[in-house]
Write a protein that binds this ligand. Sequence first.
Ligand SMILES: Cc1cc2nc3c(=O)[nH]c(=O)nc-3n(C[C@H](O)[C@H](O)[C@H](O)COP(=O)(O)OP(=O)(O)OC[C@H]3O[C@@H](n4cnc5c(N)ncnc54)[C@H](O)[C@@H]3O)c2cc1C
Length: 411
Amino acid sequence: MGYVVAETFDYVIVGNSAAGLQALRTLRKYAADASVAIIDREDLPAYSRVLTPYFVGGKTERDNLFIVDRDYYNQAGITTLFGRNVVALDAEDRRLKLDDGSSVTFGKLLLATGAEARQLKVASERSSVLRHMADAEQLVKLMQKAKSITAIGAGLVSLPLLSHAPASAEKHLVVGSNRILSRMVDAEASAILEARFVENGLQLHKQNDIVSIKEGDRLQLQLASGDCLVSDMLIVGKGVTPNSALARDAGLQVDYGILIDDYCRTSHDDVYAAGDSAEGKDFVTGEPIIQGNWMTAVEQGEAAAMNMLGMSCAYAGSLKNNITEIFGVDVAAIGECLDDSEQSVSVHDQKTGRFRKVFLNDQQQVIGAILIGETNDAGLYYQWIRTRSHFPGKHVLSGSNTYAGFQLRMT
Ligand SMILES: Cc1cc2nc3c(=O)[nH]c(=O)nc-3n(C[C@H](O)[C@H](O)[C@H](O)COP(=O)(O)OP(=O)(O)OC[C@H]3O[C@@H](n4cnc5c(N)ncnc54)[C@H](O)[C@@H]3O)c2cc1C
């Protein structure tokens, strides 16, 4: 690597978002005097990506997205290198090379580089993904005049964006598979949600794809089925790819994400990783996974920082944890709640739409839960999963559509 200037810090964090910010807070909590730098190619204080669909839909102001302000870093004595891209890592030399040719050296490094949204093969100036603030700003502009909005990909980007878009707009969703939210909930819950969303204004085009886009006053989106949708903008929500290239190019072990152990350490002793770029142990299955949620990024960021400080703090593993409201329906999915789970118990009140499904392993321990229509008690289910609590048996459901009165044994 050719270097121009080298600045040296005890701790360097790449990525100023959920994982990076929590790591920074933890480093400052336990090491007030350590020199710390945080680098991010976005020139902004940390903000919530989770809230960006609300901003795009006009339901909250841009200012409300920020978790801290610029002063926060100054007051905490943190060096910020914002608007700077890290282009290479030399793990042996403990150096990062930045896009302006300068370099930064570190004692310990945290890669909290997150993920990037996958683009669509066919593109238009009136289409955008949503991952960064610049995407959100682009979508705000597009949405202002849109009478018809189409999204592709049935996950937690497209659906909240359509849901929070102005009620007056026509809302289309193009989905490759035959169901929505397949990475979040099982087929039964997916069907219930689909019916509710359609009732509330969503027009669904399943087992379909956008094969070409014709520009004009309005976009003509040619679907694989032969149909053509006329829309004013296109939202692309086709999933994400972890930012693992820095680690891979530096010779660190990378599978899909950057592989980390229970201490959030990579295959290099002085380099840690956390959040959407890191592949670590799932709490329920024990298998490596990128959970892709805000809470996991925060928890791993904290654990990584404690271990960077030499505190030896094992992370028990990540959990799926999505709690949101889409098309007026509250929905939560926690832990293992997909189709391949061994056992489940469910209740569905057709009148109120309230649905609860608890997933169990062969020892009757709660490993996952889906809640629809009411999610206030999601924290309780989260706790049951985290404490590997036993489910008392199906009898608790008889004659009642509520789980009130559960007596859970803790392991
Ligand atoms: C629209 C949307 C809705 C979401 N909704 C939910 C939800 O409801 N619930 C939920 O739990 N999660 C949700 N998520 C996911 C959640 O936002 C992520 O899990 C979380 O942001 C991951 O945090 P992170 O710190 O790992 O990475 P990121 O938030 O991706 O941040 C990584 C940072 O690293 C920077 N970076 C990367 N590479 C470099 C480099 N080489 N040099 C310099 N800087 C670099 C990037 O600029 C970025 O700022 C949503 C995400 C989006 C986009």
